[in-house]
Ligand binder design. Structure first.
Ligand SMILES: O=C(O)C(=O)C[C@H](O)[C@H](O)COP(=O)(O)O
Length: 209
């Protein structure tokens, strides 16, 4: 099993993906992988999300497919059954944390405060999703947390864009960022997957290294 740290090191950003039509799943995943972004977070926000994960697993061997918006134990079981190799959540409710530990699923729990960060790090989580990044204090908040908690690493997500991602990645406690900006609804709905590859390449060029 790949660790969360290895998954986060595999790309400078993790696209946060909302699949509304199942037929968009594979071309979208292929477009992002082709653009240099192999780590994909498929959110469980739509009815086709689990089928989308299955389809991408089958058709895109180079993608590292995870599930986002995990809310409870049932989500952990369902996403693993569908083939997700990691999970992400906007928060860290106790029932979800217990389920993730039982299942041994590589997991980025959501954290927006120092207390949550301390509790989750104590429980052995290597990287936390700092969510909602911009609304919860953004770069200054993470910078402040890096002084007392230098060992706690984050993937800021929520309001992160090409414009501010580099400021996050420059922080010593940020290992990668997450965002939906590389897979905007409009382009997916229009079937413009070439434009999505272009956005992915643009993100990689701006953020790598
Ligand atoms: O669905 C989840 O699991 C979430 O936690 C929320 C997403 O990560 C953010 O909605 C992405 O934020 P944007 O990049 O600003 O669109």
């Amino acid at each position: 099993m790949t660790s969360v740290s290895e998954i986060c090191a595999a790309a400078p950003m993790i696209p946060v993906i909302v699949i509304k039509r199942l037929e968009d799943a594979v071309p979208l995943a292929k477009a992002l992988v082709e653009g240099g972004l192999p780590v994909l977070e498929i959110t469980l926000r739509t009815p086709v999300a689990l089928d989308a994960i299955r389809a991408i697993k089958d058709a895109c061997p180079d993608a590292i497919v995870g599930a986002g918006t995990l809310r409870g134990a049932h989500d952990v079981e369902a996403t693993m059954e569908a083939g997700s190799v990691f999970g992400v959540s906007p928060g860290s409710p106790a029932e979800l944390i217990e389920a993730v530990k039982r299942a041994n699923l590589p997991f980025l729990p959501g954290s927006a405060t120092p207390t949550e960060a301390m509790e989750l790090a104590d429980q052995g989580f290597e990287v936390l999703k700092f969510f909602p990044a911009e609304a919860a204090g953004g770069v200054p908040m993470l910078k402040s947390m890096s002084s007392p908690l230098p060992d706690v690493k984050f993937c800021p997500t929520g309001g992160v864009s090409l414009d501010n991602a580099r400021n996050y990645l420059a922080l010593p406690n940020v290992v990668t960022v997450g965002g939906s900006w590389v897979a905007p609804d409009k382009l997916v709905e229009a079937g413009d997957f070439a434009a999505i590859t272009k956005l992915a390449k643009e993100a990689v060029a701006a953020l790598k290294g």
